[in-house]
Design a protein around this ligand. Structure first.
Ligand SMILES: Cc1cc2nc3c(=O)[nH]c(=O)nc-3n(C[C@H](O)[C@H](O)[C@H](O)COP(=O)(O)OP(=O)(O)OC[C@H]3O[C@@H](n4cnc5c(N)ncnc54)[C@H](O)[C@@H]3O)c2cc1C
Length: 405
């Protein structure tokens, strides 16, 4: 049996940032991924909070040097002609007022390579298949079918949609969000807006809020285009993924113009039922991070931010514990993470019930409210000086009441 200080399941953003921080703190770290990176991953639009977290983990320089598309904000449109563009620099004074649009096959490989360069022992095509929670022993299966055991002082689950420990330890919980489906592809030669909004993510509301389209421009001229709706709505069309994607894109007034001269360059793909929750985020021997814990919804591009935040936090707390400190994981990890997750959840619910769209599209909202919302949509969902963080649901309800007429 091999021994290691920290064993990390998964080489996505949560695993890489946690590993990079822990080796810099002097711990031995093993990271395994069942796939070989680079690999495709959904989740291509980052938030400014990501920059802050990457900077703190000494990972921002490699990201900046990679030439990713600069993302200065987010724009929302509907079919009635309502439009709202939010510039991330109009926040509540936070340092990072921009981020990047990234092809995850490039971004994730960059981060894991950097974690490896810093000292993490990284292995691909090694799958975690069993976990003894009491002894903290992980069983992995290699590509040739052979199995190996690892004993760790701490296990971080960063397995994303693999949800390794929630599955193995029966920690899955109902997410309470409707069953939704994303149907997506990449295209070339889109008509991008000029100027400041060139690198923004554009979110197009379809029909009467029945679906929405993401438009994520990359720096090489390729654009990621996805449609999100309930499974129920998708089924009504009785179409294949490809037919449905084309039907929605080319019947939407904004998207059809943007992609008038585009060619689809990859197969249309889909994902369904991705929202997930867990009964607990940690126990004595393990911590769940990123999508292996809770995943809400893609609409505000919060996934990688939450993955980097939880990976960083889990690493910091693990380091303190392994150095002999008593760590209160309930307060410092679970309560902390849930504050940010719950703020995003209120925004996701507000998006789908239409209240947030009323607020976003209103011409009457004052600049202070806009800044608070920009700050949240930038990923600063732990900023207790922002009243839209500390009482997010109440603030949204009151703002909606004020602006709806
Ligand atoms: C439709 C859709 C659109 C999205 N759009 C965005 C967006 O625009 N912006 C954004 O920030 N987020 C977005 N997300 C969310 C984003 O995809 C995730 O939040 C993010 O990838 C989570 O990162 P992670 O590090 O937790 O896990 P991942 O990136 O999923 O990495 C986990 C790794 O673990 C490995 N693994 C799994 N099982 C095992 C095992 N048994 N053994 C070893 N390794 C294993 C996997 O191979 C994988 O490489 C979107 C999600 C969806 C569903």
């Amino acid at each position: 049996m091999k021994e290691v200080d920290v064993f990390i399941i998964g080489a996505g953003p949560a695993g890489s940032i946690a590993g990079a921080k822990l080796v810099e703190d002097g711990f031995s770290v093993k990271i395994v991924d069942k796939l070989k990176l680079p690999r495709f991953m959904i989740g291509e639009s980052l938030l400014p909070r990501c920059n802050e977290l990457l900077e703190k983990a000494n990972l921002l320089d490699v990201v900046k040097e990679a030439g990713f598309q600069f993302k200065g904000g987010v724009a929302f449109r509907n079919e009635e002609g309502d439009f709202a563009a939010l510039n991330f620099s109009q926040n509540l004074g936070q340092k990072w007022g921009s981020s990047f649009q990234v092809k995850r096959e490039v971004f994730d490989k960059l981060l894991i390579d950097e974690a490896q360069r810093k000292g993490c022992d990284v292995e691909y095509e090694v799958e975690v298949i069993a976990y003894d929670e009491n002894e903290n022993i992980i069983t992995v299966k290699n590509l040739d079918g052979s199995e190996e055991l690892y004993k760790a002082k701490k296990v971080l689950d960063a397995s994303g949609y693999g949800r390794v420990l929630p599955r193995l330890l029966d920690l899955e919980a109902d997410s309470h969000l409707a069953l939704r489906r994303a149907t997506f592809a990449r295209v070339d030669k889109d008509n991008r807006p000029e100027g400041e909004q060139n690198g923004y993510i554009f979110v197009d509301v379809v029909g009467d809020n029945e679906a929405w389209i993401w438009n994520i421009p990359f720096s090489d001229g390729v654009t990621s285009v996805g449609v999100v709706c309930t499974e129920k709505y998708f089924k009504k069309f009785n179409m294949s993924d490809e037919e449905f994607w084309e039907h929605i894109i080319y019947n939407n007034p904004s998207a059809s113009k943007r992609y008038a001269e585009s060619k689809r360059i990859v197969e249309v793909n889909s994902l369904s039922g991705y929202s997930a929750a867990v009964t607990k985020l940690y126990d004595k021997n393990f911590i769940l991070t990123g999508n292996a814990s809770e995943f809400l919804d893609p609409v505000f591009s919060s996934g990688v931010t939450l993955a980097l935040e939880s990976g960083s936090k889990a690493a910091e707390l693990t380091a303190r514990e392994l150095k002999g400190e008593v760590v209160d994981y309930k307060v410092e990890y679970e309560d902390y993470m849930m504050l940010g997750i719950d703020v995003f959840r209120d925004y996701v619910n507000g998006w789908y019930d239409g209240t947030l769209q009323t607020i976003l599209f209103s011409q009457k909202k004052n600049p202070e409210i806009t800044k608070k919302i920009v700050s949240i949509l930038s990923g600063y969902v732990w900023d207790k000086d922002n009243s839209f963080v500390t009482s997010s649901k109440y603030a949204l309800e009151k703002t909606y009441e004020m602006l709806k007429s």
